[in-house]
Design a protein around this ligand. Structure first.
Ligand SMILES: Cc1ncc(COP(=O)(O)O)c(C=O)c1O
Length: 409
């Protein structure tokens, strides 16, 4: 017997694998249709335009192949301060922004800076499971607040903070995915964004505003960020190139008060020293040529079609079975409600029929939440694959319902 199991850390024995990553192995089976991941469509990657920047490896090779600074490529940070200005309400300074290895790393660095074991993080319920896992890895305890079509029910936040404080608990920050939430698909209203900034100020807590999907909007106007309503510097905004350019760039950014930015950078020094200088230089060159702003309408048009196709397909096959959903105005996911059906069971039955999705319970923050929900990704599959996958899910629902009726009878 090897030594490892006897000597794992407390953290290692308590961490949980990601259901999405776990399911990836199953998804690779021949004939499997997957609505499970959150992956962009590879056919929309701007391969040619991105490759144009490859000359930099020769022209600036000695610089690019060296270690970079921890806060990241200056040109890319400058580009982002301009690009983000409308959403943030002002042009932020260079001491308010740094680059990360995807926004996933921002979650980890933020947790290093903020969480001691037992500290409470308030989140939307459901929420992005890989963020919840990061908070838990750092000893955080997550408490979920339900959401409706306008996002988190903000009025429920102050009483929760007060009752947790009465129990002697420390509430450190609130985590929200403001636009086209993962998994719920909803977008927080402007009113609630304002209210959240006020709550953060009143209760002296931070807000982690995670926004990887914000630029993938199919209709309606872009909304101002929570950051733009923040008067005291309590909001940290995280963005990413994963969904708007390519996740393989592993490039994200964080914007916030210099106090938290500096602390996160110090943790980054010991996490990975710096993100890849090569990736950042290629992304910077691509963005500076204006390609990002040209590319966005193309991916939006492409994904809008897929969303609309899934909508029609679900109307044909799932609506007659009582399944409901809210049409997302952007992002990557449908969040469906399958009344009377446990979606853990449905997921297993669907896998037998060679279609994968993620069951709602995987995103639940509070015990027992979301057992009738499922998250379906529409950005990855082609139309005919979407149609076939939805049909298979419908067949799985019909079977489970018939079995349940049989048991009752
Ligand atoms: C809400 C949310 N935050 C963060 C991430 C991490 O993205 P990345 O590290 O690729 O930027 C994802 C990825 O799916 C996500 O959905």
């Amino acid at each position: 017997m090897s030594t490892w199991n006897d000597n794992f850390s407390f953290k290692a024995t308590h961490t949980r694998p990601s259901p999405v990553r776990e399911i990836l192995a199953v998804i690779k089976q021949p004939g499997m249709i997957s609505f499970a991941g959150g992956m962009p469509a590879p056919e929309v990657f701007p391969v040619e335009e991105f490759y144009e920047s490859a000359h930099l490896l020769k022209d600036k090779g000695t610089e690019l192949l060296q270690y970079g600074t921890t806060d990241g490529n200056v040109e890319l940070r400058e580009f982002l301060t301009e690009f983000m200005q409308p959403r943030l309400g002002r042009k932020v300074g260079m001491d308010e922004i740094f680059l990360t290895t995807g926004s996933q790393q921002a979650l980890d660095l933020f947790s290093w800076a903020m969480l001691d074991p037992g500290d409470v993080v308030i989140t939307e319920d459901p929420s992005y499971m890989a963020a919840i896992t990061v908070f838990m890895n750092h000893g955080g305890v997550c408490r979920g607040i339900p959401c409706d079509a306008d996002g988190i029910l903000v009025d429920k936040i102050p009483p929760l903070i007060e009752s947790l404080r009465a129990e002697g608990k420390k509430v450190k920050f609130l985590y929200t995915i403001v636009n086209f939430q993962n998994p719920g698909g909803m977008t927080m209203s402007v009113e609630r964004r304002k209210k959240l900034a006020e709550i953060a100020e009143k209760y002296n807590i931070g807000i982690f505003e995670d926004d990887p999907y914000g630029y993938v909007r199919y209709e309606g106007d872009h909304l101002p960020s929570i950051f733009s309503f923040d008067k005291v510097g309590n909001v940290l905004y995280a963005g990413s190139f994963s969904k708007i350019l390519a996740p393989g760039t592993r490039t994200g950014w964080v914007i916030g008060d210099p106090a938290i930015i500096r602390k996160m950078c110090v943790f980054k020094q010991s996490t990975d020293l710096c993100s890849s200088s090569v990736d950042q230089a290629l992304v910077a060159d691509y963005c500076k040529k204006g390609y990002l702003t040209q590319h966005l309408p193309a991916i939006i048009a492409n994904y809008r079609k897929r969303r609309d196709f899934m909508e029609e397909s679900m109307k044909r096959h799932l609506a007659p079975l009582g399944v409901t959903w809210v049409k997302p105005q952007g992002g990557f996911f449908y969040w469906i409600d399958v009344p009377g059906v446990n979606t853990d069971q449905l997921m297993r039955r669907a896998l037998d029929k060679k279609v994968a999705f993620i069951q709602g319970s995987a995103f639940a923050v509070e015990e027992g939440a979301c057992i009738h929900n499922a998250r379906l990704n529409y950005t990855y599959c082609s139309n005919d694959v979407i149609e076939e996958g939805i049909k298979r899910i419908a067949a799985a629902i019909v079977e489970l319902k018939a079995e349940a009726e049989g048991i009752k009878a």
